[in-house]
Design a protein around this ligand. Sequence first.
Ligand SMILES: [Zn+2]
Length: 253
Amino acid sequence: MATLVTEAVVLHAFDYLETSRIIRLMTREAGIQSVLARGARNSKKRFSGALDLFAQGTAEIQVREGRDLHSLASFEITRARPQIARDVGRFTAASMIAELALKSSGDEPAPGLFDSIESAFERVAASEPSETIAGALAGAWYIVATLGFTPALDVCASCHTALDPAATVAFSHRAGGALCSRCASLAPGSRTLPPDARSALRQWTSGVDGPIPGQSEGRAHQRLFREFFHEHLGIEHELRAYRVWELGEWSAA
Ligand SMILES: [Zn+2]
């Protein structure tokens, strides 16, 4: 049995039998891994806390060749991120980020993707309650950019003509971004993207803090990201945590 020591974030966790937990981890060295933490609910020493969601640390995994479920020997937490659980907006946003991570990662090493997922959790954890949507959108778009799906924003996604930064343009998920007016007339079903929203996408996909959108802009951004993610990641089923995040925020507003 080989031992893998890697930095990891807890994306999903549920109790198993009397004392154990099954955890899905995003690891730096081996992508998504499912592990059984035996005695996790009793042993504070081996598993600081009970492996809470979104906690990050160093995982020691005993890899069982040919199996999907490995053994977690220890988990030393370096960042617990308790502030996520203290605010429902942060919690639903972090759950959405965890869902995106699970949908977009395999079990191969992906250090860049690990970094973008880590930074998304950091942004959400550090967001004021009124700013969690912006923090989560920034994190989510940077994950998509790391995956190689940055939308075209400054040139037409179809004919590559330069676009005026001050113009309101059409945005086509299928074409992969903003369109010039000529290509837009040939692309039914595209969204309208005002210059402020395009500027926000430019910042978020570069990993930079963008503006804090107002309520209706925030909703439009949530919808735009969901549609884009479905189109480019080939996701057919509804993203459940995403739906909770998207609906929860504005029904509470
Ligand atoms: Zn064009």
